[in-house]
Design a protein around this ligand. Structure first.
Ligand code: ADP
Length: 282
């Protein structure tokens, strides 16, 4: 059976009100005001507002995402019963993909909400190649195939990293999307992106994403990883801030610079290498 209509939820005004008047946002503003500078005030309230916003968004999106997954499943069951439906298998395959993505989006949002509320990552041994493969596949589904060619330079004997798989995937996806957007100029032709990984030392793996775009705008180079810093018209400016939070929570570091090989931007981050016996930190 197909699900009922979505619950109308709260209005936009209520949502904004909930964010602006949350006790932690107000407390952060007071604390910064006591510290005496407007810059600190702005910074503290931005960080708290981001946490509150993530919680509000998670709450709002949960219902429609569940409905998408249920409707898709319902449709799938319907199509499965139509024996004379041409292309039935393909339709079912794509419906399953839709349903999986809705479930995945829900998981991502909840992880993000838990994360900004101070939750710990679900660290486990993960193959870096798999994290990169999943993130790339996702970027391609999202219509980024266009004129981009991705090169990989990842040694087969790379040890596993100790990282939350979904969070690692989110970081690679964000960096890849930025790289694609940076190279997506009107010049035409195919744009190169290089994703590489290497063992940096006994304890760390380094993953790099390089592009041949214009590089990082010097005007924002020092605040690149701060929330709400963007040079894009419709940009939110939270992608890199989230990447930094995730990487540091997973015991790594992230930095940006210039790509020697491709001439554009290069983003690099480290992850700890998994060594036998390390416990899951659930
Ligand atoms: P958004 O993509 O919404 O702007 P981000 O936090 O992901 O937010 O990025 C912040 C800014 O960093 C971008 O607006 C852009 O100016 C710069 N940036 C990020 N990635 C790249 C890149 N690969 N090349 C050049 N600039 C970049």
């Amino acid at each position: 059976t197909l699900p009922q209509r979505a619950d109308p939820g709260v209005s936009r005004g209520e949502l904004l009100d909930a964010v602006q008047n949350r006790p932690d946002v107000v407390a952060a503003q007071r604390q910064a005001a006591a510290a005496g500078t407007n810059t600190e005030l702005a910074q503290a309230s931005r960080v708290s507002a981001m946490g509150a916003l993530a919680t509000a968004i998670a709450h709002e999106l949960n219902q429609p995402l569940t409905n998408i997954a249920n409707y898709t499943q319902g449709l799938c069951n319907l199509v499965e019963r139509q024996d004379d439906f041409k292309g039935r298998d393909e339709v079912i395959r794509v419906l399953h993909l839709c349903s999986n993505q809705a479930v995945r989006a829900g998981q991502l949002i909840h992880r993000l909400r838990d994360f900004v509320k101070g939750g710990k990552p679900h660290s486990a041994p993960n193959a870096v190649t798999e994290i990169i493969r999943d993130a790339t596949a996702l970027a391609m589904i999202n219509g980024y195939k266009r004129a981009v060619h991705i090169d990989y330079d990842i040694p087969a004997d790379l040890p596993p990293a100790l990282v939350d798989h979904l969070q690692g995937q989110q970081v690679v996806f964000n960096l890849l999307r930025n790289a694609i957007e940076a190279t997506d100029t009107e010049k035409g032709g195919q744009h190169e992106i290089l994703i590489s990984a290497r063992q940096l030392d006994e304890a760390r793996i380094e993953i790099s994403i390089e592009d041949e775009g214009p590089g990082i705008d010097p005007a924002i180079a020092n605040s690149l990883f701060d929330s709400f810093v963007t040079t894009k018209g419709g940009g939110m400016g939270v992608g890199l801030a989230i990447c930094k939070q995730i990487i540091e929570a997973n015991g790594g570091q992230i930095s940006a610079g210039r790509s020697e090989r491709l001439g554009g931007a290069a983003f690099r981050f480290t992850l700890p290498i998994y060594s036998n016996g390390q416990e899951r930190q659930d």
